[in-house]
Design a binder for this molecule. Structure first.
Ligand SMILES: *Cc1c(COP(=O)(O)O)cnc(C)c1O
Length: 393
């Protein structure tokens, strides 16, 4: 994949693509030279309503002229509005707002530990997580992450995390012991290759948690807020988790994170136990409320499912046309992966040259995260460019 090093005054922690983006509108973005791109990345599952969506922009403008920040010393009425909306669509009772996915998962980890320690005592703190998972870049969330590359050079890592193979219920059963307090997983592993959890596995985890008094924690940072065609991916498994984390798509690009929990689990946090200066500030709440309202008012969940059907059927046709190069089409909603037998970087570079932005999920998987306002024509264009790239690659 063609990448560049950082300008001198920035830390060199990203292998960035050789593109400088300066403007976005709908599903298009433009670079400094004026070159236009069709965006099937959406800022990594963030700008789900497209770039600069009008209703969110309007609400943010109004809030910019009213109040930006006051801290959680005060009641912030917009928090109650967004919490009530999220509760209504999730079936979970209470929300806590923060600023990012990693911070939301830190919140889940702290909630699970504190809940268990109140109920069972201080020896109960272990959280079971899964191979190929991704939960963030803070010390606790990178420890929870089932990929060695994010841990390199950061020892000593915090205690209390056990990683077992994904979709392997027996492995989880064997890992549960008197120290276990929770199980944490994604239902589609976004960063880890676009693998979905199987239904019997997830139902089995729910049962296991009920049997042993463990919290079932779902990381919906990438899958949440409509990305998989339901408000939350867990709604496709007929289970209710004890708590979930949200971030990426919740603010349409404004930084925001949240955890949602049942009344029972939420009781673990009392005043003084957890907090954040910025979390839940009026600007972030305006973005979150407008995002959720737009998805409702514009019927975008059913649109995600329509677009999924078209994109999956077109990608299946690519698989038929390139049987030696395309191995599998997988994922849910508009979180889709195309597993190749060849390195995916060449396909990605070719597409970008042609003005189409797609992403990787590991070295052999092309990941697509189009916005919920993608058109049929845009899908045809992306598939045509991928077809060309596969013919060359
Ligand atoms: C992106 C992501 C995170 C981390 O979110 P940040 O906002 O980058 O901290 C955590 N979990 C999942 C599943 C993600 O996709």
């Amino acid at each position: 994949m063609s990448t560049t090093t950082a300008p001198y005054h920035l830390m060199n922690n990203y292998a960035r693509w050789p593109v400088h983006l300066v403007k976005g509108e709908g599903n298009k973005v433009w670079d400094e030279s004026g070159k236009e791109y069709l965006d099937f990345i959406s800022g990594i599952a963030v700008t789900s309503l497209g770039h600069v969506p009008a209703k969110v922009a309007k609400k943010l403008h109004e809030q910019v002229d009213t109040l930006w920040h006051c801290s959680n010393l005060f009641h912030i009425p917009q928090q109650e509005v967004l919490a009530q909306k999220l509760s209504q669509v999730s079936g979970l009772d209470r929300a806590l707002f923060c600023n990012s996915g990693a911070e939301a998962n830190e919140g889940l980890i702290k909630l699970a530990r504190r809940y268990a320690q109140k109920v069972k005592g201080t020896e109960c703190y272990e959280i079971i997580t899964f191979g190929q998972s991704f939960h963030g870049r803070t010390l606790a969330t990178l420890t929870a992450t089932g990929q060695e590359k994010v841990k390199d050079g950061f020892t000593p890592l915090p205690e209390g995390f056990v990683t077992v193979p994904y979709n392997d219920l027996d492995a989880v059963k064997q890992a549960v012991n008197e120290k276990t307090c929770a199980i944490l997983l994604e239902l589609v592993q976004g960063e880890g290759g676009v693998h979905s959890a199987e239904e019997p596995f997830v139902k089995g985890l729910r049962q296991l948690c009920d049997q042993h008094g463990l919290l079932l924690l779902i990381d919906e940072v990438q899958t949440g807020i409509g990305r998989t065609g339901t408000w939350f991916a867990f709604q496709q498994y007929e289970i209710l988790p004890d708590a979930i984390s949200l971030a990426k798509g919740l603010g349409s690009g404004f930084p925001i994170g949240a955890i949602l929990a049942t009344e029972e689990a939420a009781q673990a946090f009392s005043p003084g136990t957890h907090g954040t200066t910025f979390g839940g500030n009026p600007l972030a709440m305006a973005a979150g409320i407008a995002t959720v309202e737009t998805i409702e008012e514009d019927g975008l969940l059913s649109r995600v499912n329509q677009l999924n059907e078209l994109l999956v059927s077109r990608l299946q046709q690519l698989k038929t046309a390139h049987p030696e190069k395309v191995v599998e089409i997988r994922g849910k909603g508009l979180l889709l992966g195309m597993k190749l037998s060849i390195p995916a970087a060449g396909v990605l570079d070719y597409a970008r040259e042609k003005g189409v932005l797609v992403l990787l999920a590991g070295p052999q998987v092309i990941r697509m995260l189009p916005s919920f306002v993608t058109t049929e024509d845009e899908i045809e264009r992306v598939v045509a460019v991928l077809d060309e790239a596969l013919q060359k690659g």
